[in-house]
Write a new protein. Sequence first.
Length: 321
Amino acid sequence: YDAVPGDDKEQYTETYDRILADYPEIAKKRVTGTTYGGREIVALQITRGATGADIPGRPAVLYNALQHAREWLAGETCRRTLNYFTKHYGKGTSAGLEVTRLVNRTELWFVCVNNPDGYEFTFTPGNRLWRKNLRDNDGDGVIGPGDGVDPNRNFADHWGMDAEGSSADPASETYRGPAPASEPETIAMEALFEEIHPVFQKNDHTAAELLLYPQGFQQDTPTADHEIFTALAGDPFKPGIPGFLPELSAGLYITNGDFTGWAYNSQRTLSFTPEGTAAEDPAVSGFEYPDSPLQVAQEFQRHLPFALDLAHTSRHPARPT
Ligand code: 0X9
Ligand code: ZN
């Protein structure tokens, strides 16, 4: 992997600023919300003549990560995808020709840090494995174990439908929040969808080497788009992301109020949740960032064909490839 200045040596805000400065003809920033901590939730639009708003007639694809604060590798995969699309744009190489065509015809949107408060919090002592956002549930002015909402249980789709798929307990890692879409991170995503109506979205998490597709709230009946999901996610012998077992979300475990379910059920956005790799030895910790730069690079390389597939297919999503 040929590294760009960015990658994991930059802050995400630095990556975004660098891309906005270096590729002004294809990159625009859109602020979709503000967190409890006052941080911007940023979406970067990559498309020819980017305006920061939807361009009629151009299909949109959303790549996003770090709903869960500790899942650093998922954010890095998103960032490298963003770097890939920008650094190859306008080049005469085979990657360049492919990327240029996609960027000219498609709106590629990146929200690599869905949960900036939580992500920042994972850099403070003792909080490396924080998952949720930073809602102060008990209102004591300090963030502790009883605080935070799981951004991936707060969406207004089958929200709180049962106790298996999310929790009403503020101390739980899957606390759904006080009401559907109560959180700034959720509202920011709703606002972005209202603008861009993505055909596909890739919601990166770690760490299980799975490629999940809807539904998460039940597994009794398949979705109307099951064939599209499985065409792209592949099968165990030829997975859409090498080494990632394609699976129905609910087959892993039941969730409600999750982003992928909301995006599909209420927005008709064809949605995938890759659960990436995190450590060579999963027994160490499923959420640690790999020590090996090679492993980080390989993770991105495994995701890339799938990320490109979504962009290619977004023009004709009903045609299984
Ligand atoms: O629980 C989650 O939000 C995701 N897993 S993680 O370990 N990254 O927290 C999985 C969500 C996928 N949906 C279902 N399994 N239903
Ligand atoms: Zn996660």
